[in-house]
Structures are given as structure tokens and as C-alpha cells.
Design a protein around this ligand. Structure first.
Ligand SMILES: N[C@@H](CCC(=O)N[C@@H](CS)C(=O)NCC(=O)O)C(=O)O
Length: 203
């Protein structure tokens, strides 16, 4: 059994989406977290994450934290879902590249775009432009970052783009991609479960 330690409308929401894509039994354990934007919420003693953050999962006694590690771990653990090319598959390298690119390039460009840091730094502007161009050229070739096959890399990239869409310029390819991700049946179920866990946490 997989247990997801989850706080609504946070980085663990996309793991709910991923678990729905994987179509495996799992349980959601709602936990409270400190929310720096509002100053609300307290770290939850029931959360096994060493920093009391989300997401965290427990699987067969193993604790996994960090969104990227969780996404890689779960997609590999359930190969039948077809969300990750396996080691040895010629597409494995491209898949790992997209996941690492999300963590090291997209997240930074997104927060630079949201915070206004772009205006002060030609280097950040260059990095930000490169992120947009990399995404546009991938999405001009297919529905998802690796062509027409949806992978777990799209869970990270699609959810980050949806969260920070206004950090990037208006663009039909990016908008269509966000909409395509958002309208996947598993993503829609994920939103419902996210809302439900929020109500449970508030009760
Ligand atoms: N690098 C971590 C970041 C996790 C993270 O910052 N999660 C936020 C929610 S979006 C959190 O739990 N914040 C509570 C806190 O910082 O105490 C990941 O991607 O898993």
C-alpha cells in the first residue's frame, strides 16, 4: 500500500494526480503544513517528512520525500502504467532529462518570473527565455513534452506551468498544453480528491 502525506493545494496535489494516473490502490493521509504565504498552519507531528513538508510517501515501509524522487520512484514502481520509459529503453535518457530540467531550470525560471527578479538580471532573462523556447519546441512536435506519449515528466511540468502560468508569456502552445494536462480524467479526479482532503483537514 502506498500512503501519501498530503496537504491540499500544495506540491503534494500533483502526486494525487500521479497516483490517479497510475491507477493503483493508495491512501491519502492529510497533514497540516506551515503556509508561509498566509502565515497559517503548523507542522504536523504525524508527518514523517524530516522537514515536515509535503509531499512524502510511505511504500512498503520506505519513506520517500522530494517531488522529483517520488515521481521517479512511483512511475518506475508501476511500469504497467507506462508513465516512464524503463532503464534500457532508448527514451530513458530524454525522460530523465525532462525531469531534471523541471527541477533545475523550469522551477527557477517560474519563480524568477513570479517574483519580478527577471527585471534585475540579464542572466535570469536568458534562462527564462531558454525555458520557454525548450517547451515551445517540444510542444510543437507533440501533445506532451516527449511527443504524444504522456509521461510522469508531464505531471511535474504541467502542474508547475498551471500553478505559475502568468510567470511566462502568453502562448497558444503553452496554454493548450496546460489545458490538455488539466483535462485528463486522472487530473480531474485529482482535483476532486484534493478538495475533499481539504474539507477533511478543516473538519
Ligand atoms: N523540494 C520539495 C519542496 C516541498 C515543499 O516546499 N512543500 C511545501 C508545500 S508546497 C511545504 O510542505 N511547506 C511547509 C514548510 O515549508 O514548512 C519538493 O518538491 O518536494
Amino acid at each position: 500500500m502506498i500512503t501519501l502525506f498530503h496537504a491540499p493545494q500544495s506540491r503534494s496535489s500533483r502526486i494525487v494526480w500521479l497516483l490517479e494516473e497510475l491507477s493503483v490502490p493508495y491512501e491519502i493521509q492529510p497533514v497540516s503544513i506551515f503556509r508561509p504565504m498566509t502565515g497559517e498552519g503548523l507542522p504536523d507531528p504525524a508527518n514523517p517528512h524530516p522537514d515536515k513538508r509535503v509531499p512524502a510517501i510511505l511504500h512498503d515501509g520506505a519513506l520517500i520525500t522530494e517531488s522529483v524522487a517520488i515521481v521517479l520512484y512511483l512511475a518506475d514502481a508501476i511500469p504497467a502504467a507506462g508513465l516512464a520509459p524503463a532503464p534500457g529503453d532508448p527514451r530513458r535518457g530524454e525522460y530523465l532529462t525532462w525531469i531534471a530540467w523541471y527541477a533545475t531550470e523550469l522551477e527557477q525560471a517560474l519563480f524568477a518570473g513570479l517574483s519580478g527578479a527577471l527585471a534585475e538580471s540579464p542572466q535570469k532573462q536568458r534562462d527564462h527565455g531558454a525555458v520557454v523556447e525548450r517547451l515551445r519546441s517540444a510542444l510543437a512536435r507533440g501533445h506532451y513534452v516527449m511527443g504524444d506519449a504522456f509521461t510522469s515528466a508531464d505531471v511535474l511540468i504541467g502542474s508547475a506551468l498551471e500553478f505559475g502560468r502568468h510567470a511566462f508569456p502568453a502562448d497558444e502552445l503553452l496554454d493548450a498544453y496546460v489545458e490538455r494536462c488539466r483535462s485528463r480524467p486522472a487530473a480531474i479526479r485529482g482535483v476532486v480528491l484534493d478538495d475533499k482532503s481539504g474539507l477533511q483537514a478543516a473538519a
